[in-house]
Design a protein around this ligand. Structure first.
Ligand SMILES: C[S@@+](CC[C@H](N)C(=O)[O-])C[C@H]1O[C@@H](n2cnc3c(N)ncnc32)[C@H](O)[C@@H]1O
Length: 259
């Protein structure tokens, strides 16, 4: 069983349909609607249960969505059956650690990776994945990647508040840190926007901003302090407009365009 297989059946109820999950995905979709143009060929990495593939296909794009987890692929395949789109969504198993496509000629306008799939690979693999992305993007194509940073502000405050001092700097570890995913421990690597920009040589930074401040796992833990969400949501709406604090987010979106 691959990492994330066990999560597939509960991923939508745990994250996709949570308040935080919906808010952050809306931020990403609003950006995609405004910034990526029309009728694109899109390669989606780590597509999970297929929410974004459906959104993109409904926008009129041709989507090839991929994931390593067989169960995630099954869950998305199930959803795609009931969706009417101009082009059928294509689906393929692809591991970010050894990314390849059989069709050597397939090229894309956009490579898209949402909500932390890239946090599942280490820096060496990320550098290799960058080369794969290079080889698959058309001229002036873009990579839009949504990643968990090292400096998530509210996680640090939460760890301090709950006395988990040893975990405050856990995300800084270059060797990664174990994160529980539906009961499985998954080694997870965190990257700040400047590190991603450094890896993507030959690309211009179009934008980078937080998709939200509150880590989704806190939604259940701080239910009784829910009124705190509202001022935080207000702060989010300010920070979303600037590149400066993207390393503070739960995730950040980085848009890089091939030169
Ligand atoms: C947090 S989920 C995000 C799913 C989806 N992109 C979304 O926005 O809801 C992370 C996804 O990354 C996938 N993943 C983890 N490691 C991977 C790898 N090495 N290769 C490909 N996919 C991977 C998981 O199977 C999971 O579907």
């Amino acid at each position: 069983m691959a990492d994330f297989d066990a999560l597939a059946s509960i991923y939508d109820s745990d994250f996709t349909h949570s308040i935080i999950g919906k808010r952050q995905r809306k931020v990403v979709w609003n950006y995609l609607k405004k910034q990526v143009g029309e009728h694109l060929d899109i390669l989606e990495l780590n597509g999970g249960t297929g929410e974004d593939a459906i959104f993109l296909a409904k926008q009129g794009h041709k989507v090839l969505t991929t994931d390593r987890s067989t169960e995630m692929l099954k869950a998305s395949c199930q959803k795609f059956k009931n969706i009417e789109t101009k082009y059928p969504i294509r689906l393929k198993q692809l591991d970010l650690n050894q990314a390849s496509l059989h069709d050597q000629t397939a090229k894309f306008n956009l490579v898209f990776s949402n909500f932390g799939g890239l946090n599942c690979i280490d820096k060496t693999a990320l550098n290799q994945l960058k080369n794969f992305i290079d080889s698959r993007l058309k001229a002036n194509g873009s990579a839009i990647l949504i990643i968990m940073p090292k400096d998530t502000l509210l996680e640090k405050l939460y760890r301090r508040w709950t006395g988990q001092h040893g975990l405050i700097l856990a995300r800084q570890n270059e060797e990664g840190t174990e994160v529980s995913v539906a009961g499985d421990l998954v080694r997870t690597y965190f990257y700040n926007p400047n590190e991603i920009q450094k890896i993507f040589t030959g690309y211009t930074l179009k934008h980078s901003f937080i998709t939200g401040l509150i880590p989704s796992y806190l939604e259940g833990k701080i239910q009784k302090y829910k009124t705190l969400f509202y001022p935080i949501f207000l702060l989010e709406s300010v920070l979303i407009k600037t590149k400066r604090f993207s390393h503070w987010g739960d995730h950040f979106l980085i848009h890089l365009q091939k030169d």
